[in-house]
Design a protein around this ligand. Structure first.
Ligand code: H2U
Ligand code: ZN
Length: 348
């Protein structure tokens, strides 16, 4: 089937990073959409909220008191999902009942003292501090002798389960590679063995100048991947083949902040709401091997489909079979690309 036919015919697309398929049904978007697109009232937050457990100087739910921090602030999660000190355990009953201990460390990172400033509305200087914080956390947690992997992620918005509007991320270090990292690790390694090159370096080459690019600068590109599942899913890829944020130089760190701001601004402008998403960085495992095959990237998975209130659910066929989408990655990219780079709330 020629690439043009992908615009009209139902088809499936392959994700080389996870080695899974997604079904695309572009013909379904040809039907006219007459649903009302609701506009939600602007979600105004104060710069400081005395009831917020992440604001500077406030008490957290566990009783600790936050310092009066003026830039970023990282602390051990008071309700951590994992602990570094668990006793070793291994169970295998006929290869069916299998379990094992899992050491881990969970932290929370506040992006800034400002309760109301999301990534889209932070300055490039403030974003740079966030990137330096992520990079330092990756180095520090990744150096723990048992930590094979560090996951930096952000749940943005109540729809994605974020427990607090104060802009923050979570950082988890784990004893074992998580599922997604295990898949990507195998994909990078095997693609490299077969083709003698990096999967994402090659993919970026293929995408150069094409319709799935949302925005780019000289260190990163943001695109809706060919195999995207979520309607407005995007991926950030570093132009240089580096495995982690700590390998980024000064200029690249600044460019990372800039492209994150551009992507999230377009997201917010799409339905003129603070766009919910889960995002996170996939970086080289920290199992103390070099992993030259790994290529730094970030995934943004936003749930919204047609308006601020209509979200995509992964249910039915998607739970039991294969994820499916209607709006093509190409048309999602086009919509995002055409949105203004200036945040709607910063317009007059
Ligand atoms: P999410 O918004 O992504 O859920 O992250 C917030 C985390 O903050 C959450 O994991 C922790 C929760 O356990 N937390 C604290 O560590 N201390 C608190 O006082 C409240 C919330
Ligand atoms: Zn706050």
């Amino acid at each position: 089937m020629g690439l043009n036919r992908l615009k009209e015919s139902p088809h499936r697309r392959y994700n080389p990073l996870t080695r899974e398929w997604v079904l695309v049904s572009p013909q379904r978007t040809l039907r006219p959409w007459q649903g009302k697109v609701e506009k939600l009232p602007t979600d105004e937050q104060p710069a400081y909220d005395p009831g917020c457990y992440l604001c500077p100087g406030n008490s957290r739910a566990g009783g600790a008191v936050n310092p009066k921090y003026s830039a970023t602030f990282v602390f051990d999660n008071d309700y951590a999902a994992l602990r570094p000190d668990v006793a070793e355990l291994e169970i295998n009953d006929r290869d069916l009942i299998i379990a094992g201990s899992e050491r881990g460390l969970c932290r929370v990172g506040c992006f800034s003292p400002r309760h109301d400033l999301t990534i889209a509305r932070m300055s490039l200087q403030e974003l740079r501090l966030v990137i330096d914080m992520w990079s330092a956390q990756y180095d520090e947690l990744g150096a723990l002798p048992w930590a094979q992997h560090v996951q930096v992620f952000e749940n943005r918005g109540a729809m994605m389960g974020a427990s607090n509007p104060h802009p923050h991320c979570q950082i988890w270090a784990n004893e074992h590679l998580p599922n997604q990292a295990t898949r990507e690790q195998a994909a990078f390694r095997e693609y490299g063995e077969k083709h003698g090159s990096c999967l994402l370096c090659e993919y970026m080459q293929l995408e150069r100048g094409r319709e799935r690019i949302v925005c780019e600068n000289d260190a990163f590109i943001a695109l809706v991947p060919f195999w995207a599942i979520w309607p407005f899913e995007t991926m950030l890829v570093s132009r240089r083949h580096v495995g982690s944020m700590s390998e980024l130089n000064d200029g690249e760190r600044d460019r990372l902040g800039e492209i994150m701001k551009q992507v999230t601004t377009r997201y917010d402008n799409l339905f003129e709401v603070s766009f919910p998403y889960s995002m996170g960085f996939h970086q080289r495992p920290t199992d103390k091997r070099s992993h030259p095959e790994w290529h730094l990237h970030a995934h943004y998975y936003p749930p919204l489909l047609r308006s601020a209130t209509i979200q995509k659910f992964m249910v039915g066929y998607e739970m039991l079979g294969t994820p499916q989408r209607d709006i093509t990655p190409e048309s999602a990219a086009e919509r995002l690309r055409q949105l203004p780079a200036l945040h709607y709330r910063d317009r007059e």
